[in-house]
Design a protein around this ligand. Structure first.
Ligand code: E4P
Length: 218
């Protein structure tokens, strides 16, 4: 399973890279806004900076909602680097644009996916990745993981090649559940990834080993 980091923050990306387990980055307009970047040049420069740091796919999202606008923005983003994956919302013109980008050889990530039907459409349009938002589904007391299982089954039924990129991950447990289901990629902030490290028996065991090591060295 690939691990992407869901941030536009360079320090957080560097920290994740230092761990040696990061395969890519996803961003969205809210994450970009959080960085306080002003103007299109600053935003484009941030994508370039991320591409220079990371050896992997970088999702950059369009903000247009009409076909022509999505295509214009997506082509501009794709020109920044071969690492860029154009993130397109699951709307009618978005599906049309996914198909267009596929024909042009531009890789895509279909975002804001909340149902199996939407995931099926994204794959039919040739999306490279589909991003079901687990956490936001859990937030409304539905089960995000049920959706992941449904998409896996549907894609397997027809050998659809779109990779499932589980997004909106809120906990380390989400990551483990995705791995159990065989998800292709998870994207999340660094915290749930670091949470995977934790186990009280590891801490207790290490404390004992270090205490015993001190005894045999004193
Ligand atoms: C990633 O591609 C999504 O934009 C992101 O995971 C959404 O996460 P959130 O629901 O925590 O905002």
């Amino acid at each position: 399973m690939k691990f992407f980091i869901d941030t536009a923050n360079l320090e957080q990306i560097e920290e994740a890279i230092a761990l040696g387990i990061i395969d890519g980055v996803t961003t969205n307009p809210s994450l970009i806004a959080k960085e306080g970047l002003q103007g299109e040049n600053a935003i484009m420069q941030r994508y370039v900076d991320i591409c220079n740091l990371v050896d992997g796919d970088i999702s950059a999202e369009v903000v247009a909602t009409d076909f022509e606008g999505i295509v214009r923005e997506g082509e501009m983003l794709a020109e920044l680097s071969p690492k860029i994956v154009v993130k397109v919302p699951m709307i009618k013109d978005g599906v049309k644009a996914l198909n267009y980008f596929t024909q042009q050889g531009i890789r895509t990530n279909c975002t804001l996916v909340f149902s199996a039907g939407q995931a099926l459409l994204a794959a039919k349009a040739g999306a490279t990745y589909v991003s079901p938002f687990i956490g936001r589904i859990d937030d409304i007391t539905w089960n995000g993981m049920d959706l992941i299982a449904q998409i896996i089954e549907i894609y397997a039924n027809y050998g659809l090649e779109t990779e499932i990129l589980a997004a909106s991950i809120r906990s380390s447990l989400h990551i483990v559940q995705c791995a159990e289901l065989g998800v292709d990629v998870v994207t999340c902030p660094l915290k749930p990834i670091l949470g995977l490290l934790k186990h009280p028996l590891t801490d207790i065991g290490l404390e004992k080993f270090l205490a015993d090591a001190r005894k045999s060295r004193s």
